[in-house]
Design a protein around this ligand. Sequence first.
Ligand SMILES: NC(=O)c1ccc[n+]([C@@H]2O[C@H](COP(=O)([O-])OP(=O)(O)OC[C@H]3O[C@@H](n4cnc5c(N)ncnc54)[C@H](OP(=O)(O)O)[C@@H]3O)[C@@H](O)[C@H]2O)c1
Length: 299
Amino acid sequence: MKAVIYKKYGSPDVLQLSEIPKPVPKDNEVLIKVHATTVTAGDWRLRKADPFLARIFNGLFRPTRVKILGFEVAGVIEETGSAVTAFKKGDPVFASCGFRFGGYAEYTCLKVSDLIAVKPANMRFEEAAAVPIGGLTALRFLKHAGIKAGDKVLIYGASGSVGSFAIQIAKAMGAAVTAVCSMANLDLVKKLGAEQVIDYTRQDYSAVQERFDIVFDAVGKTTSSAGKKILKPGGRFVTVKKNPKSGKNDLLYLKELIEAGKLISVIDRRYTLETIREAHAYAESFRKKGNVVVNIIPD
Ligand SMILES: NC(=O)c1ccc[n+]([C@@H]2O[C@H](COP(=O)([O-])OP(=O)(O)OC[C@H]3O[C@@H](n4cnc5c(N)ncnc54)[C@H](OP(=O)(O)O)[C@@H]3O)[C@@H](O)[C@H]2O)c1
């Protein structure tokens, strides 16, 4: 099968399109024929070992544990392990690959867990592939912050993958959303449901008069001291620089929101395995709007 592998840390040029054997699922795994995957911040960070601590996870001098990146996928179950009862051949699914990655390939094996579910009926594969990482991250931080209906939530970095999902999830949970992004993304975040928008290139968001129940730094580019200035007493500041746990059934909750028409994935640019180096270079710029997808079998 075709797969993009990497054997050393570095620029997008370390990504190599190769022929490797098709994987075989273990008893508790499914083999997925991958239709689409994405380039997340996790992919480019692990490619270049940024932060340096990524090397503790994936090998000090060269990648050893993960050699095929690709943090999330959507595709069709091709084969199931002997102990798998939750899925059958032919099921369309979307999944986070977790820290085994492996999405940049025509086929990948995943353990059956909370991180894989039947694809939302109203999404194309490329749209569904973009949901698990950004969507689950947004959901788990908002839950960690204790979000409830009626809350005023400010999302800093609202136009990226995590931010664009966070706006919609917060809205679906009954919160009023203020989004912080640059001028170029004002229309996008309003369309996703933000009631108020602050252009961070023209205004210091931490100097506004309004007070919020939650300030969520969805891009890791503000500070807790800035965010905490505009919290109500008892309000919470959360940032993607930390790492709370995913809840059980979170992916199924996102699927329900999608099927109820309350959650979409924003797709900025589309690439293929052949052009994946360009996709990495773009994603790494920190300028993408929503998500960058890689189509392996075009929808
Ligand atoms: N802790 C976790 O579990 C976890 C999970 C997933 C991701 N992450 C981290 O979360 C971060 C965000 O990931 P992502 O995939 O959402 O990123 P992304 O999609 O690449 O973010 C791009 C967006 O960030 C905005 N942006 C860039 N610089 C900004 C700034 N100084 N202030 C405000 N907005 C800015 C850009 O909008 P403008 O062009 O308008 O500036 C762009 O739309 C990454 O660092 C990633 O590693 C953490």
